[in-house]
Design a protein around this ligand. Sequence first.
Ligand SMILES: [Zn+2]
Length: 276
Amino acid sequence: MGDRNAPGAVQVVTTPDYEAMVIGAHPDDADFGTAATSALWAKQGKKVVWVVMTDGTEGGEVPSIPDTEFMLMREQEQRMAAEVLGVKQVEFLRFPDGHLTNSEAARKAIVKLIRKYRPRVVFTHDPSQHILAPDPNTEPNATAYLNHPDHRATGNIVLDAIFPAVGNPRAYRELLTEGLEPYRVHELYLFFSAQINTYVDVTETIDLKGKALECHVTQFGPDADMHTSIKTRAAEIAREAKEKMGLDMQYAEAFRRIKLHVPPAEPQEEAPTEMA
Ligand SMILES: [Zn+2]
């Protein structure tokens, strides 16, 4: 970047306001990826904001429901889930579901929100996850999971917004007049990643994750039991944390953690497995 001491230079803010911003493609993605960690941090008094990129209007089996009606239903479900978790703020960007691209408009919307909330940590989809396919030679009856294009687009939009635009005084200069100063995000936590290096012990809040997911009635029906599947998965992740890092947890969420800014006072050497 340029000369910070040049006449008229605008300084980049490095002091966070919020602890975390979770950016998911659809209503329910943040729930699957980070609900228990969000609830844990909220319980610890940390400020957490969730952002939903799309309007969620393609997440259903009934073509006859009008888009606006469906969008509002899903937003309401997301607000209820956030309330269960203690997440105070939810922002809806309402880009068309199923058609999200890494566009100028999408990147700018994220730059604005990150500069507004100044989260220390940003959570989002790992954009490098695309094809999760078992080998048909060894597992002939298993099917693949093709990661949703909106998930990949969200990851790319967020990463491209964070670098360089969020912290660049010459990017989106019109935002400066709105008081949205350039800001440096400290850490990224990518969820649904193949390169996990961080486990969060969510034993305390795993039940809230199940409860939050059950708020998404348009997705799972009114009588869904999300607790069993969520706990099974979180227990598997905890076993993986034990095998890989010797950590003792009953239920865990897993992330690829990436450091982008280390405040000068913080020691440089830090264990990669530091919890919450
Ligand atoms: Zn999704």
